[in-house]
Design a protein around this ligand. Structure first.
Ligand SMILES: C[S@@+](CC[C@H](N)C(=O)[O-])C[C@H]1O[C@@H](n2cnc3c(N)ncnc32)[C@H](O)[C@@H]1O
Length: 281
């Protein structure tokens, strides 16, 4: 069993850094349960984002063939190294780096990576976009988020939770809830509840990468001014089109130009993207 985070930090006169989202999982049973539900196979290579003090890492290492654990906070490296040694774990490669500076495709080599992470709130969406870009080598990710973010990912059209992240994630993956984790199981205790989700990316990638980037720009432009009509929100710098062109594209896709972005289904976004692609690039 790994050492209680508060005790471990204190032993090195360290404190949890809020700006790095450091709320460490302090309940070994919850850690074991999350990893068990991740469905790791013994031949799997796992990329863990933000191992912290190793609460999940030890369990992952026992089930996987190999683990790459990417941790930004240099202060924690000696502590997690000690924990892994104490647990007799020797198949973890610690990488002291910012995850956004890691080339995931290169790390995967000729194989695939299963990604696991208890993610800080302030980088959660960005990590998701990074995984979407690399999904040809990351078929599955098990991620812990603030519950509110997890809800945004799966939100249906029509409500306030539905946004760019919902459209992008629903376009390329199926997201299911693994379990909820109460704030009392972390040190320090966060103010919010967490949810673990499984992201299973679809096998088929519908569009070439450059076109997909354009699709995501269409979605970004649409949500850039949420309260405006689509005719107005689509016009502007992101796509380099004016309101007349925007209205024509919307009509071409069978979408009323006075609707708002949050009412469009993923299929309607794809229809709109196709018209924009054929007309403007
Ligand atoms: C919520 S804590 C989770 C720690 C551990 N996995 C656990 O469950 O107890 C998030 C971890 O991500 C690390 N982190 C924050 N930003 C990061 C980044 N950009 N790249 C890599 N690690 C990061 C933090 O230092 C911290 O260790």
């Amino acid at each position: 069993m790994t050492t209680y985070p508060g005790v471990l930090l204190k032993s090195s006169s360290l404190f949890a850094k809020k700006e790095l989202g450091q709320n460490f999982l302090a309940d070994p049973q919850a850690a074991a349960m999350i990893v068990q539900r991740a469905g790791i196979k013994k031949e799997d290579t796992v990329l863990e984002i933000g191992p912290g003090l190793g609460a999940l890492t030890v369990h992952i290492a026992r089930q996987a063939h190999k683990v790459y654990a990417v941790e930004k906070d240099t202060r924690l490296i000696p502590l997690i190294t000690g924990e892994l040694e104490q647990e007799g774990v020797d198949n973890v490669t610690l990488i002291n780096k910012d995850i956004f500076k890691v080339d995931i495709r290169q790390l995967a080599g000729d194989g695939k990576l299963l990604v696991i992470g208890n993610l800080p709130y302030n980088i959660s969406s960005q990590v998701l976009f990074q995984l979407v870009e690399n999904r040809d080598v990351v078929p599955r990710a098990i991620l812990m988020f603030q519950k509110e973010l997890a809800q945004r990912i799966v939100a249906p059209p029509g409500g306030r939770d539905y946004g760019r992240l919902s459209v992008v994630m629903q376009y390329c993956s199926r997201v299911s809830t693994v379990t909820d984790v109460g704030g009392q199981l972390f040190f320090p205790k966060p103010e919010v509840e967490s949810r673990v989700v499984a992201v299973d990316f679809f096998d088929t990638i519908q569009f070439p990468q450059d076109q997909e980037k354009y699709l995501f720009r269409v979605v970004k432009a649409a949500f850039s001014k949420r309260r405006k009509t689509l005719r107005n929100s689509l016009a502007g710098a992101e796509l380099g089109i004016n309101t007349t062109q925007a209205a024509q594209a919307l009509e071409g896709a069978g979408i009323d130009p006075v609707r708002r972005a949050e009412t469009l289904t993923v299929e309607e976004f794809i229809a709109l993207f196709k018209v924009c692609r054929d007309s403007f690039i």
